[in-house]
Design a binder for this molecule. Sequence first.
Ligand code: ATP
Ligand code: MG
Length: 363
Amino acid sequence: MDNELSIGHLVDSVDGPPATLDPTRFNRHTFWCGQSGSGKTYALGVVLEQILLQTQLPLLVMDPNADFVRLGDVREETAPDVAERLAAVRPRVFRPRKNGAEQLTVKFVDLSLRSRAAILRLDPLRDAEEYNLLLHLEAESGPETFDRSTFVHRLRESDDPGMRRLLLRLENLGVLEWDVWAWGGDSTQTVIDERPRATVLDLGGFKTPDESKVAALAILDHLWANRESRKPVLIVIDEAHNLCSAEPVLPVEVALTERIVQIAAEGRKYGLWLLLSTQRPSKIHPNALSQCDNLALMKMSSPRDLDELGQSFGYAPHELLSRTGSFVQGQALFAGGFITAPAVVQMASRLTYEGGSDVRVPL
Ligand SMILES: Nc1ncnc2c1ncn2[C@@H]1O[C@H](COP(=O)(O)OP(=O)(O)OP(=O)(O)O)[C@@H](O)[C@H]1O
Ligand SMILES: [Mg+2]
């Protein structure tokens, strides 16, 4: 097949023939796992570059450590014809504060009612009045005048005690101060609706951790609400345990995990395909894990984690799983629909630059 993704070479064959993935199988969810430093983020970048080169599949990368913000910067050693094709992609990079990039902002009214209530820690019965106000917020907020001060003024001047209670809640939670809100301006959600070839969301640079979760939740809620458009997108979530925890605690975390589990269970037919990367299988919600038909596994030393992987991914042979403990950096076991047969691969070199890099010991 012409569009195969060339990701490195097979480790077990004498002459190390090229290893390839079948891009058409990214219409299933993928789980990517390996202990810290095993090379997940680097190797994931190799696969994403190939997807950009060989397919038209739009990528949406949720990037907690700004590792992919340079996905558009081609390395000098990359062959000129490949470099030219990659350079033409021009990923849209959204960051919390501009830093020369586009600003990552979302609209509160684009969140599902359940997510809005989670952000404000509202209970539909206990906080009936405020919850009901939230229900009707959308209709009232005209886009052209919808900025922070107008909104606060409206709440403050209202005769309705519920409105003033809502304002107190917003102020006490600090929600009104967040940089993540688009208010009446452009939001990142509408850009994603257009399905750029690659969109990178730098989720790490917000002032509060809540904001990065809310940004992810708003984007995923919006994708889900518009799922009937059936425009495919590969949703890549690095450090996925942050957003799809096995044990979510805060209401926003519960809402996020539920949304991702729902996309894992039902998103496939709408073209919402997940790639979840994390260090340990037990950190991800089991109902998302169990939906993954593709597996990439890098160095994993913990026997307990390997047992769990063996149970969740019956298609990964035990003999290969047991070898992952001795993998060197850049080696990965691939199994599932996107590879012809389970195999150990030495990953190729990156064609673009990595963003965040390890902090070195000063000498
Ligand atoms: N195949 C490779 N070739 C060259 N350098 C690599 C390779 N794989 C990883 N590295 C380097 O090793 C370091 C760790 O890799 P990486 O960040 O991908 O690990 P990780 O598994 O994502 O770790 P964490 O779970 O902590 O995020 C990085 O500095 C990266 O540049
Ligand atoms: Mg990483």
